[in-house]
Design a protein around this ligand. Structure first.
Ligand code: HEC
Length: 150
């Protein structure tokens, strides 16, 4: 025998379910508000996180030269090159090494390998890019997207 829901039962199911979901919604909203208020800032370390003129210049160069056409930063961009919000820590904060990896592209005549375009950045522009990459590396992304090694 097929049993159908009576109108009254369907109504009470609707109200009980609705109230439960409303409580769930309010509880999760409350928990998020608590989480946000306990989070001091977006950043992990105690380094000065003001957007310095250099960081801003680095970001401008990043955009102008379409770095994200090949690289990802905080998960955004393309997968041709490596993830670059981790580059500062992967290179253990070695600024010159990062600058060299942007500056020198020696393909040793190998044609079937991925290469960086040869940009003509000045020293101060390279410094600004490194400052920007450092700034990006210090953003607390709470493990999302999962940091990908380069
Ligand atoms: C056309 C694609 C392309 C563009 C655009 C590009 N890159 Fe790259 N980049 C690469 C590739 C490919 C590599 C890996 C090169 C290698 O292994 O020799 C690389 C390597 C790097 C590295 C070393 C990363 C590591 O994990 O060791 C840095 C830093 C870097 N790029 C920064 C930049 C910046 C900054 C820009 C923008 C100004 C930029 N790239 C634009 C393709 C690109």
């Amino acid at each position: 025998m097929i049993q159908t829901l009576s109108k009254e039962r369907a109504q009470s199911l609707f109200y009980v379910g609705g109230i439960l979901l409303l409580f769930l919604f309010l509880a999760l909203g409350f928990q998020t508000a608590l989480d946000l208020s306990s989070q001091k800032s977006l950043y992990d370390s105690s380094v000065d996180h003001e957007l310095s003129a250099n960081v801003i210049l680095g970001k401008t160069l990043w955009d102008k030269n379409n770095c994200s056409g090949c690289h990802t930063l905080l998960g955004e961009g393309s997968y041709f090159g490596s993830e670059l919000d981790t580059v500062f820590s992967r290179y253990q904060g070695h600024r010159e090494a990062i600058k060299d990896s942007i500056r020198f592209i020696d393909t040793y005549g190998i044609r079937e390998r991925r290469v960086m375009p040869r940009f003509k950045f000045t020293e101060s522009e390279l410094d600004a890019i490194v400052d920007f990459l450092r700034y990006a590396s210090e953003i607390n992304i709470k493990h999302w997207p999962t940091p990908i090694k380069g």
